[in-house]
Design a protein around this ligand. Structure first.
Ligand code: TRP
Ligand code: SF4
Length: 429
């Protein structure tokens, strides 16, 4: 018997390499602990993570945590960007601090966008839509170019990054302009800056991304680690022994750690037993902060699957027919749905006999990712489709209407958001 899997649209097999080769953990293992899981979590659109348990622990115990993402203001915001915005907003609703960077330095350096266009696209495409989708005041929205804490931190991180490492990740060559390299470090600074003292100090911060973005996350985790004064190692083989190494720490700081943990002080490290890793890490963070270090926690990440393009293949900003922009006219959005590729059979008879293939259907994907919130309702669509009682023509019309409604409503909210920019410390010009 085949089981119905209404969330199976994007096959997780395509992603299994990420688990095995790159050490990304399965999100499913955490799902049971989350109180009001987001639609993307319930439906396994979010399938992987790094260190998300740290975020979850803070969320469940009422401790500080944050979620951050950045958007390059180089074109239109579309449904793919909406996914990330929703993930940030969800974390804000769970009590987290929300950060939204407009990556204007990157757009200027890499895409040649003028500062004026960056400003305009940043506000009109990304910020207004994020507010319309539910981002609330208290969120930190900023343009990289105008935000000194991030620019200063990127310079500092540059001390620990070298050309070979960056070029391996970003494909830089001798021809790459320097500002492009700077913008890569700026992205790492975006990710780490919520942990600066002025933003409340070290805390779990989650960066929701598509799985292709993992190299950036790994780079930033590496930089966090290299920038810190201490390294904490669990030496399981030696019966719960924990070692703290002072990579760039003063003797005094190391001494203080030994004293506060009851550990044994050596030349360049302290050995500690009878303490949990959490306890040791929190002492080390306090001592490091006191002695002028950053004590960054490695940033956490979640990985979501991609939507396929409406015409099959990839969704790409350079192919307008492949995506629906949040500012597409409702009419045009509906038309794009009507022209989208389905998982329907060649003839109606076949469709009735064999049923449709929602797993291969970009229309079904729109329902699953964006347009149907109720899981049972979605399950009905799925069952009717595979059972052959749902025909694509009607199904597309149904979906097109939902899309029209969503875009109309979203765009009304965007208009209202124009009046609310002040609440976020921003203005339209
Ligand atoms: N580089 C990202 C892009 O191309 C934008 C970005 C800048 C970003 N800073 C970030 C994404 C921080 C996640 C976190 O769209
Ligand atoms: Fe896709 Fe709907 Fe056709 Fe099923 S009936 S293949 S979900 S368009």
């Amino acid at each position: 018997m085949t089981t119905l899997d209404p969330w199976g649209v994007v096959k997780i097999d395509n992603y299994s390499k990420l688990f095995d080769e790159f050490g990304i953990s399965k999100f499913d293992d955490l799902l049971g602990k989350i109180k009001n899981p987001h639609r993307y979590m319930r439906r396994h659109v979010i399938f992987g993570h790094r260190s998300y348990d740290s975020v979850l622990r803070a969320m469940l115990s009422g401790k500080p945590f944050a979620a951050l993402s950045g958007f390059m203001p180089s074109g239109k915001a579309h449904l793919g960007h909406k996914m990330v915005m929703e993930e940030i907003i969800w974390h804000q609703q769970q009590g987290g601090d929300a950060f939204l960077a407009i990556a204007d330095m990157e757009a200027h350096a890499v895409r040649g966008k003028s500062w004026k266009d960056c400003r305009e696209l940043g506000i009109n495409e990304y910020i207004l839509s994020a507010i319309a989708l539910g981002l609330e005041p208290g969120a930190h929205i900023y343009f990289q170019s105008g935000f000194k804490p991030v620019r200063d931190l990127s310079f500092e991180l540059g001390i620990k990054a070298n050309f070979s490492e960056l070029s391996a990740i970003y494909g830089f060559s001798g021809e790459t302009n320097i500002a492009h390299m700077v913008s890569a470090l700026t992205q790492s600074a975006d990710i780490l800056h919520p942990q600066l003292k002025e933003f409340g100090g070290p805390k779990p911060v989650v960066i929701p991304v598509g799985s292709d973005q993992d190299p950036h996350i790994r780079l930033t985790r590496g930089l966090a680690y290299k920038t810190n004064m201490f390294m904490v190692e669990e030496r399981r083989a030696e019966n719960g022994l924990i070692s703290v190494r002072g990579k760039a720490a003063s003797k005094e700081a190391l001494k203080e750690i030994a004293k506060r943990t009851g550990g044994k002080l050596y030349e360049e490290h302290v050995d500690i037993s009878g303490r949990t890793l959490d306890e040791v890490e929190s002492v080390v963070r306090e001592v490091e902060l006191k002695h002028g270090g950053y004590a960054f926690m490695p940033p956490a990440s979640t990985y979501h699957k991609f939507m396929t393009g409406l015409q099959g293949g990839k969704m790409s900003s350079s192919i307008p027919e492949s995506y629906i922009a949040l500012t597409d006219k409702p009419e045009d959005g509906a038309k794009k749905v009507m022209r989208a590729i389905t998982g329907g059979r060649v003839t109606l008879e076949e469709q009735k006999k064999l049923g449709g293939e929602p797993d291969k259907c970009s229309v079904y994907e729109l329902l699953l990712y964006h347009l149907v919130e109720d899981d049972n309702e979605l399950l009905e669509v799925y069952k009717d489709c595979v059972g052959g009682t749902r025909v694509c023509g009607n199904c597309k019309k149904f979906t097109a209407e939902l899309m029209r409604g969503f875009l109309k409503d979203h765009q009304e909210k965007r208009e209202a958001a124009k009046e609310r920019l002040g609440e976020f410390g921003l203005s339209i010009t």
